[in-house]
Design a protein around this ligand. Structure first.
Ligand SMILES: Nc1nc2c(c(=O)[nH]1)N(C=O)[C@@H](CNc1ccc(C(=O)N[C@@H](CCC(=O)O)C(=O)O)cc1)CN2
Ligand SMILES: Nc1ncnc2c1ncn2[C@@H]1O[C@H](COP(=O)(O)OP(=O)(O)OP(=O)(O)O)[C@@H](O)[C@H]1O
Length: 187
């Protein structure tokens, strides 16, 4: 990790912490509405459960499922790319690694992402070239390489976290676009 990346992570985290809860709730709802409008019946969507530090709200998987998607959620191994397990309702979720909620079913191998029609990527920030900054685990850099070519890979962010320029390292995998409360932007 370059020092540059940690500085951006800190700045974004501080900015997000300053957003009032009522504003946060409205933004998250707008993001979910934009995503629901992209979903068609039976579409396979690799999503995630956003935590308080991330855009989208914890109801994101449910909103996608209600819109007709077959939702897969990431399951973090100790190392290497993410596994995937089917979302089967919020009551089926339990805390996994890092305390992140995961479905109770055992995960499929990472290659399952090749079935996805849409991949939502938790992100700290992106820039207009699709360069992406995550939390620093390197999980998505390893995982996105396994998606089918031309799959739509959308970061989920507030508009102010779409930056002019992010530092890029050779292992970084780009996203193809971003969804913010203002809509979907394909780079
Ligand atoms: N909601 C959500 N689910 C996700 C991810 C994510 O970023 N967000 N992941 C995306 O890969 C995977 C889990 N990866 C994670 C990577 C790091 C940390 C973490 O807690 N990092 C610390 C310290 C990071 C550092 O500065 O070194 C932190 O954020 O405080 C958590 C999850 C799979 N599921
Ligand atoms: N494909 C890869 N193979 C080996 N190591 C990798 C790969 N991708 C990333 N890494 C390593 O993972 C660590 C974290 O990378 P980076 O800071 O870019 O993560 P990130 O993209 O912010 O995190 P994430 O993808 O989990 O959201 C770095 O030390 C990097 O060298």
């Amino acid at each position: 990790m370059t020092p540059d990346k940690s500085a951006v992570r800190r700045a974004v985290r501080a900015r997000r912490a300053a957003v009032p809860t009522s504003v946060r709730t409205e933004r998250d709802r707008a993001i979910r509405d934009h995503l629901a409008s992209l979903v068609t019946e039976g579409m396979v969507v690799c999503a995630f459960v956003p935590d308080d530090d991330e855009a989208g709200g914890a109801d994101l998987p449910e909103a996608l499922a209600l819109a007709g998607a077959q939702v897969l959620l990431p399951v973090s191994p100790a190392a290497g790319p993410l596994g995937w397990a089917a979302y089967a309702g919020s009551a089926d979720l339990r805390p996994g690694r890092f305390g992140i909620p995961v479905p109770s079913a055992p995960p499929w191998p990472p290659e399952r992402i090749a079935d996805a029609d849409l991949v939502l990527v938790p992100s700290v920030a992106v820039d207009h070239t699709g360069a992406r900054l995550g939390r620093g685990g390197g999980y998505y850099d390893r995982t996105l390489a396994l998606a089918r070519p031309h799959t739509r890979l959308l970061a989920v962010l507030d508009r102010e976290d779409v930056l002019e320029h992010l530092p890029v390292e050779p292992h970084d995998r780009p996203v193809t676009g971003v969804v913010t409360p203002h809509g979907v932007l394909d780079f």
